[in-house]
Design a protein around this ligand. Structure first.
Ligand code: GLV
Ligand code: MN
Ligand code: MN
Length: 404
């Protein structure tokens, strides 16, 4: 499975993945998912929001155990964020069949669409729509960098956008959702395992996801000649933007939060022109809501102060927000019991479909050790032994939940 997925959407120069929603690379990933489902005799379906499902047993029986993740990527993402969860889900099912497991609940493997939000700016679109956390109307307003709307992109990929929207009947069939994911930090690698064999744990269980959001900062100034415009006559939004980036770092440090400007666009984007518009997207996350509010407010305040000095107009729009997610304690404890009781439980600053779905169904996550902690980068990596340990842990969990 890993070999088959490897070339899809991989940029030859960077080695990173560019698997954006409703593009050719996404279509190839989806075709791969369908092949995997059919090769295992699973009943394949695409839901009204373009999420893919592969069923073992009768979906309408209810109380299903569902596992999976996503196949799309950030710009120049790694191979593991998303695909490790989908590949491990199919591999865990293979392992359970090898064990001769007798299922008492339906089981499904899923691929949720557009988790990273790389193309349309909003993360977890597939799960947000299904869970009713994104309305059809709001989804229709989403546009990519070329101005193509989400419904047009879906249509171009052969999907009917008329049907998108809340899917409570489908989610009501799910008794538990478990997402396995590569850890996006070094917590598991750095832990004391208490054994002489060395430090770290191959697998962990998620406790919570930090509250997080994305804000768009529009800095509007005045385009003018880079050679002839005196410094005192300029209204240069790049200056305001630069000061805002430094403020974000400062405020995040003060609050124990994180804040990142990872994407900008500049107009007219000419070397010898003062920009008329700098647009920067802030991603900020914190351990709790109060800290996050404080950080973003302070960054906005610093940006406004500098904008006034630069003669620049500032508009800030919150494009998305996900409150703190505390995964259900009963399911989390059950996973720990199934896995022998000594599995570390850890929080994360990364967003996941599991976090979105946790408002609708009991949800849990397994993390697989990442020795460098690097993620959202071509260098993202998890060693094969740890990936196999993840598959076995997921198989144990699915067996414990679905074969009672
Ligand atoms: C998704 O990976 C996110 O946390 O942005
Ligand atoms: Mn990601
Ligand atoms: Mn992910």
């Amino acid at each position: 499975m890993w070999r088959e997925l490897k070339p899809i959407g991989r940029n030859a120069d960077t080695g990173g993945y560019r698997r954006y929603a409703w593009t050719e690379a996404d279509r190839e990933c989806r075709a791969w998912f369908q092949e995997q489902a059919e090769a295992r005799g699973l009943a394949y379906e695409t839901d009204r929001n373009g999420n893919q499902w592969a069923w073992l047993g009768d979906p309408s029986a209810g109380d299903a155990v569902v596992t999976g993740s996503h196949l799309d990527s950030v710009p120049d993402g790694g191979a593991f964020d998303g695909p490790l969860g989908v590949v491990s889900s199919f591999a865990a099912l293979d392992e359970l069949r090898r064990r001769g497991a007798q299922f008492t609940r339906p089981l499904a493997v899923t691929n949720f669409g557009d988790e990273e939000g790389a193309r349309f700016g909003l993360a977890c679109v597939g799960s947000r729509l299904a869970a009713g956390q994104l309305t059809r109307e709001a989804a229709y307003e989403l546009r990519d960098g070329d101005g193509i709307s989400l419904p047009r992109a879906m249509e171009a990929a052969g999907y009917d956008p008329a049907a998108i929207g809340p899917d409570p009947e489908r989610l009501a069939r799910v008794g538990a959702f478990v997402e396995l994911h590569v850890e996006q930090g070094r917590a598991l690698a750095a832990m004391d395992s208490g054994s002489a064999a060395g430090t770290g744990h191959a697998v962990g269980i998620a406790s919570a996801i930090w509250p997080h959001g994305r804000w768009r900062f529009d800095f509007r100034g005045e385009a003018n000649h880079a050679g002839t415009t005196r410094l005192v006559d300029r209204r240069d939004p790049m200056l305001t933007y630069a000061e805002t980036v430094l403020a974000a770092r400062r405020e995040a440090e003060l609050a124990g939060a994180v804040a990142t400007f990872g994407k900008i666009s500049v107009e007219p984007n000419g070397v010898n022109a003062i920009p008329s518009l700098v647009r920067g997207w802030l991603d900020s996350r914190a351990p709790d809501q109060a800290a996050l509010d404080a950080v973003v407010t302070a960054i906005e305040h610093a940006a406004k102060e500098r904008a006034d000095r630069d003669g620049v107009d500032l508009a800030v729009v919150r494009e998305s927000f996900t409150p703190v997610i505390e995964f259900e304690h009963a399911l989390r404890d059950e996973l720990n019991r199934i896995l022998g009781g000594a599995v570390p439980v850890l929080g994360t600053g990364a967003g996941h479909d599991a976090g979105i779905l946790s408002a609708s169904v009991p949800t849990a996550m397994l993390f697989v050790r990442n020795p460098t902690g690097v993620s959202h980068s071509p260098a993202e990596f998890a060693p094969e032994d740890d990936c196999v340990a993840g598959v076995i842990a997921l198989a144990d969990v699915l067996e414990g939940l679905a074969c009672r």
